[in-house]
Design a protein around this ligand. Structure first.
Ligand code: PLP
Length: 620
């Protein structure tokens, strides 16, 4: 499962074969024990475990990495991060970042009016930045300006030229001196899935001409001092450090150009993009990154300094808007395996072919008993042909349903036998390459992909998936994962691998004890982008702190959304639903399909479900 490669030290596997969270050296707690306690309390799964200490650790790590680089190079400015709350606006996340970042004057970034309203209410260091990005109307601008009167270091980013006039007008009307940033469309681009956030065709930002017009306009207004920040962003999850360096070089040259034009910028904002190594491969693959946080910080500080020296301009305060890298590690989705289906499980239950079985079934039985290392390819081709014939004969009425069942089970047994024969072969014939996938079992897990891991569905994002325990036991199954939505897209068929993407995940045969899988690194973007497909709602969550001696404490348990909430979000009202059921029950009593006692029970059950969890609930 590559735990040491992707975990960044925040998780580890113990000698007992259990996954443990390790928020700081010396502190560790097994996830299985936490989940068992939640279940013992009578709560239902799935659940998201959130570890605020991991967020604290990530905020520290980022800030200290920049501080170390600044010290090493003798950089004269400092670093001040801002957390873009769109990455995860949960109260626990924002408050954890704000608290951990206070002493570093780590600020926040809002991309909408609602986000700004939320940010303004946070306790922040007086120097901490509150950057306002995104398209803005007058209301957004006014709120940002009020923020300055509250003593917050609010900077309004000009995303397109026309916003400048609007900001100036509102500022005059309110009598508040604004602080502005301007977003520049770098020609440099990121790498990986969000490459198009940068480059000339990017959605946001001004071009070089517009940038200079902003300076001219502010000079005319005698407000040059209000332009304090140059802002850039070349996309999230930048996989290749060279792209960061190229972009930062261009950004710093632009900064120097603006200073030369008369601007008095204080901050250089390099945007987001600091990656997360989801597969642990340390490569430029889209789910990875070929650099560390320390290298990221060092390369940025070095590049900014180098350009500033060459252009003889002051070294600016370096700002980054890292979001993913601060929050991805803190959350783990725990999903119970509720059932297993698949081709590896059916032959034993079927009676052997009998005298009256169709000849095609007998042929397939022969193939199964005669497969060898020499003839497996031929056996495979024969079996594929026979299966096709079996289905054709069934359609024409010549093969019974029992024979069809027997034939299909034989086919799977043949594939299994071949897979075993070729498992250690270096060369596998093309037609057999997909065998593992075809033979994979489907582990049905109690979760909704659309609610909890939307990026896996939408953009094939990969997340490490690991059983919470039994990791000192060799897995015996190859599996894909399916969720409980009624949507065939609700499945995971791609898994992390150091060299490739794997089509199956090795898992253990679930026994009498519940088998839980953890989906790791899902704390960035997933909580926010999730959707209510099939009305599966927000998942319950537990906020857990780890204490010395392998102990932990569940500080808060927040139950997931109730069915009633999900139904109401679609425009229905609970009394209306209850009335409709009561009317139907009364009619059923008249029609004698229901008794009065049953009506009472039915209404009770109906009410209970409205108040229940939207996921499968089993008696523990
Ligand atoms: N800043 C801006 C302008 C963004 O659009 C984004 C997201 O793409 C971020 C910051 C956060 O990026 P990341 O989560 O990669 O740090």
């Amino acid at each position: 499962y590559q735990v040491p490669n992707w975990s960044g030290g925040w998780f580890r596997v113990s000698d007992k074969g259990q996954v443990e969270v390790t928020p700081t050296p010396g502190l560790h707690a097994p996830l299985r024990a936490i989940v068992d306690e939640i279940v013992d309390r009578g709560e239902s799964l799935p659940v998201i475990l959130r570890f605020p200490q991991v967020i604290t650790g990530r905020v520290k790590h980022l800030n200290e990495s920049f501080q170390a680089a600044i010290q090493e190079y003798g950089y004269t400015g400092h670093y001040q991060g801002v957390f873009p709350i769109k990455v995860n606006q949960r109260r626990m996340v924002v408050e954890s970042v704000a608290a951990a970042g206070y002493d570093y004057a780590h600020g926040l970034e809002a991309g909408s009016k609602a986000e700004l309203a939320l940010c303004l209410a946070q306790k922040m260091h007086p120097d901490a930045l509150l950057c306002c990005n995104g398209f803005k109307d007058d209301g957004f601008i006014k709120l940002a300006l009020w923020g300055r009167t509250l003593g917050k270091n609010v900077v309004i980013t000009i995303e397109k030229y026309s916003e400048l006039d609007r900001i100036l007008k509102q500022a005059k009307a309110l009598g508040v001196r604004p602080a502005m940033g301007v977003r520049f469309k770098l020609h440099a681009r990121g790498s990986g899935q969000w490459e198009e956030s940068g480059g000339d065709q990017a959605k946001f930002g001004l071009n070089a001409y517009e940038l200079l017009r902003v300076v001219e306009r502010l000079r005319e207004e005698d407000m040059l001092d209000t332009l304090v920040m140059l802002h850039t962003h070349i996309g999230s999850q930048i996989t290749d450090i060279r792209r960061v360096k190229v972009a930062v070089r261009e950004a710093t040259q632009t900064y120097a150009g603006l200073i030369a034009a008369g601007a008095q910028l204080k901050y250089l904002n390099v945007g987001g993009g600091l990656g997360v190594d989801y597969d642990g491969s340390k490569t430029t693959f889209y789910a990875s990154m070929n650099y560390t946080v320390r290298e990221y910080a060092a390369d940025i500080v070095y590049t900014v300094q180098e350009v500033c020296k060459a252009r003889s301009v002051p070294e600016p305060v370096i700002v980054s808007e890292s979001g993913r890298a601060l929050t991805a590690h803190h959350a783990v989705l725990i999903m119970p395996v509720v059932d297993v289906t698949g081709p590896t499980r059916d032959l034993e239950d079927l009676a052997p072919a009998v005298e009256t079985s169709h000849q095609i079934v007998k042929d397939m039985e022969d193939i199964l008993s005669n497969i060898t290392a020499r003839n497996y390819r031929e056996s495979y081709n024969d079996a594929v042909g026979d299966k096709q014939t079996l289905h054709n004969l069934f359609d024409l009425g010549y093969v019974t349903l029992t024979d069809r069942a027997r034939g299909e089970a034989l086919f799977n047994a043949i594939l299994r036998k071949i897979a075993k024969l070729i498992q250690n072969e270096k060369y596998v014939p093309d037609e057999l390459e997909d065998l593992q996938k075809v033979l994979a079992d489907k582990f049905i897990c109690n979760f909704s992909l659309f609610q909890s891991l939307p990026d896996n569905w939408a953009i094939q994002a990969l997340f490490p998936i690991v059983p919470l325990d039994r990791l000192n036991e060799k897995p015996t199954r190859q599996a894909t994962i399916v969720d409980i939505t009624c949507d065939s897209d609700g499945k995971i068929e791609k898994f992390i691998d150091l060299r490739d993407v794997k089509a199956t995940l090795p898992l253990h045969e679930p026994g009498d004890r519940p088998y839980y899988l953890g989906v790791f690194l899902m704390g960035a973007y997933q909580d926010v982008l999730g959707s209510a497909h099939n009305l599966f709602g927000k998942v319950s969550e537990a906020h857990v702190t780890v204490r010395p001696g392998g102990k932990y404490h569940i500080d808060l348990f927040v139950r997931g959304q109730k069915a009633r909430r999900m139904i109401e979000s679609m425009g229905y009202e609970e009394p209306m639903l209850r009335d409709a059921i009561e009317d139907q029950a009364d009619a059923a009593i008249k029609a004698k399909t229901l008794t009065s006692e049953q009506e009472h029970e039915l209404l009770e059950d109906y009410g209970e479900e409205l108040l229940g969890y939207t996921y499968l609930e089993y008696e523990n």
